[in-house]
Design a protein. Structure first.
Length: 258
């Protein structure tokens, strides 16, 4: 059981350089989610595909809090959920269902993040979904897909429907009545997408406290302008922000890269 009482010895010299980098970046994502208060105790997941043809990926050990996770504690599994390393930890089958589906279907899905934040779930439970109320929302909306709730994600049949809803290009998703999801070709892109989606959801919840009739939608022309301005998405911007995020972790939650 991953009780967090003892941490594994470092795997840095026991895995490839590519796998170690994926481990460090993924552990950083877990710590950043914890730092922003978006974690859900030991639940929800972030995963990373290890570069290479095998479609092996890393996911959190079930039982550890996000602020405890290190690069060496992450568990390597294949698309069938089989653990591929010697480890005292096991994984959550519900996390495997969602993440294996996206990793298998999208070659650009090197990192996949799924959260149950209060604000994300609140907007996921609203009939209209994310509304064009803020600049954050306008940046997010062109990349946003929706998937209807089907229960706790234990049914492997749901994977096909989730992937179809995400489509070949969308990088963000509202899981109705459930939470949020982000896909990235890098940890930086995945993080920035989720950051903007979560901020947009929080802003919407706050704005709607005035009532649906008292909020101001962004003009259609402005929405179109932002769509054009974003072009290829937030990937390049994420690369600018990511080093600062890591410095923030070093100040507030060091040790993720152990």
């Amino acid at each position: 059981m991953a009780d967090g009482s003892t941490l594994p010895s470092s795997l840095k010299d026991k895995v490839s350089a590519e796998e170690w980098k994926a481990r460090v970046d993924l552990a950083a994502l877990y710590r950043l989610v914890a730092l922003h208060g978006w974690d859900d105790m030991i639940f929800t997941h972030i995963s990373a595909r290890i570069p290479g043809p095998e479609h092996h990926f890393l996911i959190n050990p079930y039982g550890m809090f996000f602020d405890e996770i290190t690069a060496s504690s992450l568990v390597k599994i294949d698309l069938d959920g089989k653990v591929l390393q010697e480890t005292p930890y096991f994984i959550n089958p519900a996390g495997f269902t969602i993440h294996s589906a996206v990793h298998a279907a999208r070659e650009d899905a090197m990192f996949v993040m799924h959260l149950h934040s209060d604000q994300g779930v609140a907007v996921a439970a609203q009939k209209e979904g994310l509304l064009p109320l803020s600049q954050h929302a306008l940046i997010v909306l062109p990349q946003l897909a929706y998937h209807d709730y089907e229960g706790i994600a234990l049914n492997l049949d749901e994977r096909e429907r989730l992937v179809a809803d995400l489509g070949p290009t969308k990088r963000l998703m509202m899981l109705r009545n459930h939470g949020t999801l982000a896909v990235g070709s890098s940890a930086a892109e995945c993080w920035l997408g989720m950051f903007y989606l979560e901020r947009a959801c929080a802003q919407q919840v706050m704005a709607l406290s005035a009532g649906r009739d008292n909020v101001l939608f962004a003009p259609e022309a402005s929405q179109a302008e932002v769509r054009g301005q974003m072009g290829n998405g937030m990937g390049p911007i994420g690369g600018l922000a990511w080093p600062g995020c890591l410095r923030q972790l070093e100040r507030s939650l060091p040790g993720y890269d152990a």
